[in-house]
Ligand binder design. Structure first.
Ligand code: C5P
Length: 201
């Protein structure tokens, strides 16, 4: 069975959590496509050329330990604006999406560019304020010394870069279902997403 669930949306809207839960619930494979850009970003921080790093990317690079830092997130959002970097990552994502047994891919351009034929397209969002609050709580739990205002500024800067870039900007596919998680907890967001998958199975 081939079945693709495309999940897009801005940072910290709950995309990752919902994607993992949907993959587990339906037995689908999951690809967090942000990791591809983060892995390229990490190589650039280590001195590599972005396009060469994207072309040479290997699956094991996605398991590097330090891909979740703010510095790597920044670098990722910059390399993600380079058309040749994006082009180099397309085939890997498309083959993952059409693998036997079903796949969930989450990112920014899955329903619009990578998998326009996906069986289910979800756009998971939340207000910038709420996303910043969630990210801030997460960072504080890890012991980071940041203010809510700093996190909000970072979230807004990254949103603006993702929405305004010329190639594959963050936008809602015309046939995507929008789930706003501002007022939802995780269980509610997962239930809303799962209902759409069930409808199409
Ligand atoms: O989702 P995550 O925060 O890990 O993504 C890191 C960066 O990678 C994003 O800010 C975005 O610029 C970029 N990205 C992208 N297209 C995707 C996934 C991520 O441009 N499909």
């Amino acid at each position: 069975m081939r079945f693709t669930v495309a999940i897009d949306g801005p940072a910290a809207a709950g995309k990752g959590t919902v994607s993992r839960a949907i993959a587990e619930r339906f037995g689908f494979a999951h690809l967090d496509t942000g990791l591809l850009y983060r892995a390229v970003g990490a190589k650039v921080l280590a001195g590599a050329d972005p396009v060469a790093a994207a072309r040479d990317l290997r699956p094991e690079d996605l398991e590097a330990g330090d891909l979740r830092t703010q510095a790597v997130a920044e670098a990722a959002s910059k390399v993600a604006a380079i058309p040749q970097v994006r082009a180099a990552l397309v085939d890997f994502q498309r083959s993952f999406a059409r693998r036997e047994g079903g796949a969930v891919l989450d990112g920014r351009d899955i329903g619009t560019v990578i998998c326009p034929e996906a069986e289910v397209k979800l756009f998971i969002t939340a207000s910038a304020k709420e996303r910043a609050r969630r990210r801030w709580l997460e960072l504080r739990e890890k012991g980071a010394d940041v203010t809510l205002e700093q996190v909000l500024a970072e979230v807004e800067a990254r949103d603006a870069r993702d929405r305004e870039r010329a190639t594959a900007p963050l936008e809602i596919a015309p046939d995507a279902v929008v789930i706003d998680t501002s007022e939802m907890d995780i269980e509610q967001a997962v239930a809303a997403a799962a209902a759409h998958v069930e409808q199409r199975l």
